[in-house]
Design a protein around this ligand. Structure first.
Ligand SMILES: [Cu+2]
Length: 174
């Protein structure tokens, strides 16, 4: 979800940048008189400021409104759902920034072969683990008590680059 929003915003800004670049390249050699340029520059500066405001304020408002996190209730407690998929050789997670003190439900699967989904604390001690299996979703619930950077490592040999299967989780206080 956030990745999609980020992608759309990035794509729009890249397109705007490309259009501006092409415009400058095409018109860069045209000479104008100083007074006219000053007026035009001021006008475009104003337009740019308005454009950025129109794009960024709703984006920020939307993103903030979406917090705190997607959650659902299970057995009377609300959990934050995270989809995790193992690939040769990386982890694909629906989100990597998570709240401290809430139950996180990792729904773990695999796109190819069996992977081990193990969560390590900031001190690199293992905290919990399950298997990422193709065609199966394993549920792993865990509540992080301390903010910080945690790591997910693959605990089952899954091919030549198995040792590179590492990703970070950022636990934040809300
Ligand atoms: Cu592996």
């Amino acid at each position: 979800m956030y990745q999609q929003i980020a992608w759309i915003v990035s794509a729009t800004l890249i397109a705007l940048l490309a259009i501006t670049f092409i415009y400058v390249v095409r018109n860069g050699s045209v000479r104008g008189d100083g007074g006219q340029i000053a007026v035009t520059t001021g006008l475009w500066r104003g337009r740019l400021l308005w454009g950025l405001t129109i794009v960024f304020i709703p984006t920020m408002a939307y993103t903030l409104a979406k917090l705190p996190y997607v959650s659902k209730k299970i057995d009377g407690i609300s959990v934050v759902e995270v989809q995790a998929k193992g690939h040769q050789w990386y982890w694909e997670l629906s989100q990597t920034e998570l709240p401290v003190g809430k139950t996180i439900e990792f729904q773990v699967t695999s796109a190819d072969v069996n992977h081990g989904f193990a969560i390590y604390g900031p001190d690199m001690k293992i905290l919990t683990q399950t298997q990422g299996m193709p065609g199966v979703t394993n549920v792993l619930r865990y509540t992080f008590e301390q903010p910080g950077t945690y790591r997910i490592l693959c605990l089952e040999y899954c091919g030549v680059a198995h040792h590179t299967m590492m990703t970070e989780l950022h636990l934040v206080t809300q």
